[in-house]
Design a protein around this ligand. Structure first.
Ligand code: BTN
Length: 246
C-alpha cells in the first residue's frame, strides 16, 4: 500500500478521481493511493458532504482488489480499514482511538474522521474497492455545530503533525489488516473490531425515529448489522437507523 502514491493539490473528491483512474488506466496497481490537499466536493457517508480546510487534513483514497472476499463478508473490509486507521492514529495519541459503528473514527467521544468505501462488483465478487479516508489532523477549530462533535489531532496534542507521516502509519496498518482479511482471519478481525468499538457492552443512549432509548451494543453481524440489547431483548439495527446520543 502506498507504493504508487499520487499527490494532488485540488480535486473534486479523491474517491471520484481514483475511480476514474481505475476505469481509464486498467490495470491500476493494487495499493495505489491518491491524496489531495483540498477536495471541493468531498463526499461522506449516506450522500452527505465532507468539508475540510485546505492543507490541514487528510483526504485520501486507497485502491484495493479484494476479489477474494465473499459478498456476505463485505463488512469485514470495513472492519479491516477502520481498525487500520484507528490503530495508526492511536500511535500518535495517549489513549486508544475508537471506532463508532459502522466506521467512524472517534476520540474523546468526538469524531476524528470517517471512511467511505465504494465497491465495484462483477457478478458476485468485489472487483475493486475505493477506500476513502478523511481525517481531521491539523485543523485548530471547527465552526458551529461541528465544534461539539468533531476533534482533530491538533486539538488533542496542541501541535502540528506531518500529514504524510500519518499516511505512512496508515499504510503499515492497512497492510497488516488487509493481510488478515486475505488469510480469512475473520474471527480475529471481529474480535479486534469489537474491542475498538465505542460503547461495546456498555449502556448508552440512542435515537431512532425521534425516540430516545437505552441500549447495549452486543456485537456486529457478518453483514454489518448492529446487534443491540434493548429492554432485555436482542435486536439488530441497519445503517443509519439509529444515532448515538451519549
Ligand atoms: C463520513 O464519515 O461520512 C465519511 C467521510 C469520508 C471522507 C473521505 S475524504 C477522502 C475520500 N474522498 C471523498 O470524497 N470522501 C472520502
Amino acid at each position: 500500500v502506498g507504493q504508487n502514491f499520487i499527490k494532488l493539490k485540488e480535486v473534486d473528491s479523491t474517491n471520484n478521481y481514483l475511480k476514474n483512474l481505475a476505469s481509464n488506466s486498467e490495470p491500476l496497481p493494487e495499493g495505489t493511493v491518491i491524496m489531495a490537499d483540498h477536495q471541493f466536493a468531498g463526499r461522506g457517508q449516506q450522500e452527505s458532504v465532507w468539508q475540510t480546510v485546505p492543507g490541514e487534513n487528510i483526504s485520501a483514497s486507497i485502491y484495493l482488489k479484494p476479489s477474494f472476499l465473499p459478498l456476505n463478508k463485505q463488512f469485514f473490509l470495513n472492519m479491516a480499514v477502520s481498525l487500520a486507521v484507528a490503530e495508526a492514529l492511536s500511535s500518535f495519541l495517549p489513549h486508544p482511538v475508537k471506532v463508532k459503528w459502522p466506521n467512524d473514527i472517534y476520540y474523546n467521544r468526538k469524531k476524528l474522521g470517517g471512511i467511505l468505501i465504494e465497491n465495484t462488483l462483477t457478478g458476485s465478487t468485489i472487483k475493486s474497492a475505493v477506500v476513502g479516508i478523511g481525517l481531521n489532523i491539523n485543523q485548530e477549530e471547527f465552526t458551529n455545530d461541528l465544534a461539539e462533535k468533531a476533534t482533530s489531532l491538533y486539538q488533542i496534542l496542541h501541535k502540528q503533525v506531518d500529514l504524510e507521516l500519518v499516511m505512512a502509519k496508515i499504510f503499515v496498518y492497512m497492510e497488516k489488516y488487509y493481510l488478515n482479511l486475505k488469510s480469512e482471519r475473520y474471527s480475529i478481525l471481529q474480535k479486534s473490531y469489537l474491542n475498538r468499538l465505542l460503547n461495546f457492552n456498555t449502556v448508552a443512549t440512542y435515537l431512532q425515529n425521534g425516540q430516545v432509548f437505552e441500549g447495549i451494543i452486543k456485537g456486529v453481524e457478518d453483514s454489518g448489522l448492529l446487534i443491540m440489547e434493548v429492554d432485555q431483548e436482542t435486536t439488530t439495527f441497519n445503517f443509519k437507523e439509529i444515532e448515538y446520543i451519549h
